[in-house]
Design a protein around this ligand. Structure first.
Ligand SMILES: *[C@@H]1O[C@H](CO)[C@@H](O)[C@H](O)[C@H]1NC(C)=O
Ligand SMILES: *[C@@H]1O[C@H](CO)[C@@H](O)[C@H](O)[C@H]1NC(C)=O
Ligand SMILES: *[C@@H]1O[C@H](CO)[C@@H](O)[C@H](O)[C@H]1NC(C)=O
Ligand SMILES: *[C@@H]1O[C@H](CO)[C@@H](O)[C@H](O)[C@H]1NC(C)=O
Ligand SMILES: *[C@@H]1O[C@H](CO)[C@@H](O)[C@H](O)[C@H]1NC(C)=O
Length: 406
């Protein structure tokens, strides 16, 4: 989403690719890391560490505005951490969102088909029926600030203009390149203060909680048609994306050059679900990337699953992401994806396994093992987060199921 996501992926010198390969299927295409798939998977996901919350946002409208981080670390631990924290959901055009749902479950496990666990829906939006439960649409249409960028406001029905109160997106609301809206829950934040439910947030914004729960799932129905109206000169031209942020980030500043204006830089977490990362060479390839300090000091690059899901520019896509209770995060694209109030764990596992094998000729697992991360942190900004990274000398495995299309 936000940072310079240049193409430095598994060729990254810090990654030792293939150090612990799962047995590849015979005649697997071992030389190719980027393959078209409909399932992207991270394993060993979630770790113990900490980040720094924003303590103050000073004089946001002034040229000399500054931000200050809390010196005390905010610790996190456990499977899916730090993405076990409340998350906001972000959309960038060209795109139309038809359906959205957010779920939690107790102990969903990817691949455990015998599970009787159930996912419960906590939020829902359906453009065609105009149903909306527990969702708040926000967009950055507020006052500009030299250090914070534009403030969040309620989004109007078009998704991008400012509204005075909570408004449902209208059915045909279409984002063009570089336009964005986000979805939060409808639970309001208490006052902006370190230690309160939402911590410090930008003054005057409609401040809402993200979607909570360690075991989470988000499902989407959307289109990402090729850009036809935005000027070519616009940033992120024809590079649609759907991603998750630790909800602290947008409530202070989503796009700031000053790393003290949000908890992003210190690693509070971003997960890109479906993202076009190169608008010239890979405009129809959707990647999944985690940006935190698990197994890397390169937060801007993050760790990306070495495979992509095809962007269907003429049809409607359905897919989602699930964070399970055993350290897996999976992204899939499948028309079976549902939006019902209750979904059986076994059904989600069915979508996942169908996505993994439906169009598949052969499966191959690739592991990327990262050695010491702590020493890498200095490259970015030692003072700010080297301590956080020291707790992060752990191994991360990025596994992908690479499907070879016949
Ligand atoms: C897209 O890929 C091309 C070819 O690899 C590269 O030259 C260009 O810098 C990339 N653009 C971005 C934004 O990463
Ligand atoms: C689900 O399975 C667990 C363990 O097998 C069992 O204890 C529980 O009663 C089951 N729940 C339902 C709703 O069937
Ligand atoms: C939040 O959403 C839930 C579910 O739709 C609804 O029951 C509740 O009244 C809403 N609360 C507010 C403050 O809008
Ligand atoms: C709305 O979402 C919030 C954040 O996940 C959650 O705490 C709350 O229980 C949800 N409300 C309903 C009615 O599900
Ligand atoms: C961020 O905060 C640190 C620690 O207070 C400070 O040294 C640094 O100058 C700040 N950076 C910016 C860009 O304000």
């Amino acid at each position: 989403m936000k940072q310079l996501l240049c193409g430095l992926i598994l060729a990254n010198v810090y990654l030792v690719v293939g150090a612990s390969l799962a047995p590849p299927a015979s005649s697997s295409p071992s030389s190719s890391l980027q393959s078209k798939v409909s399932l992207l998977e991270f394993s060993n996901f979630g770790f113990t560490g900490y980040y720094h919350l924003v303590k103050s946002l000073n004089h946001p409208s002034s040229k000399s505005c500054t931000c200050e981080l809390d010196q005390a670390p905010s610790p996190f631990a456990g499977y899916t951490a730090p993405l076990d924290e409340p998350l906001s959901v972000h959309f960038r055009g060209p795109m139309t969102l038809n359906k959205f749902a957010a779920y939690t479950s107790h102990n969903f496990v990817v691949g455990q088909t015998s599970s009787n666990d159930t996912w419960s829906r906590m939020a829902f939006y359906d453009a065609s029926s105009q149903s909306a439960e527990n969702v708040t649409f926000l967009t950055a249409a507020g006052a500009d600030s030299p250090c914070l960028g534009k403030a969040l406001t309620y989004a109007a029905a078009d998704g991008i203009s400012k509204a005075k109160k909570r408004t449902k997106l209208r059915k045909d609301a279409k984002l063009i390149s570089n336009q964005e809206f986000s979805i939060f829950s409808n639970v309001s934040c208490k006052s902006s203060r370190l230690g309160n439910d939402c911590g410090v947030y930008r003054k005057g914004i409609p401040a809402y909680h993200g979607f909570s729960g360690a075991v989470k799932m988000f499902t989407f129905e959307f289109t990402m048609p090729t850009e036809t109206s935005a000027p070519k000169s616009v940033a992120n031209y024809d590079m649609p994306a759907i991603w998750l942020l630790n909800a602290h980030i947008p409530r202070t500043s989503q796009y700031s050059k000053n790393p003290n204006c949000s908890c992003w830089r210190s690693g509070c977490g971003e997960f890109d679900i479906f993202e076009v990362k190169n608008g010239s060479t890979e405009v129809n390839n959707l990647y999944a990337t985690i940006h935190d300090y698990q197994g890397t000091g390169e937060i801007e690059t993050g760790l990306q699953v070495p495979g992509y899901i095809a962007r269907d520019t003429s049809g409607t896509m359905r897919g989602g992401v699930a964070f399970d209770s055993k350290g897996k995060a999976v992204v899939w694209m499948s028309l079976s994806t549902a939006f019902d109030p209750k979904i059986l764990a076994s059904d989600v596992n069915k979508w996942i396994s169908l996505a993994g094998s439906g169009q598949t000729k052969q499966l191959l697992s690739v592991s990327a093992t990262v050695s010491k991360a702590g020493s890498l942190a200095k490259k970015n900004n030692g003072a700010l987060f080297s301590a956080a990274s020291l707790t992060n000398q752990i191994m991360v495995t990025v596994a992908s199921v690479l499907a070879w299309i016949l």
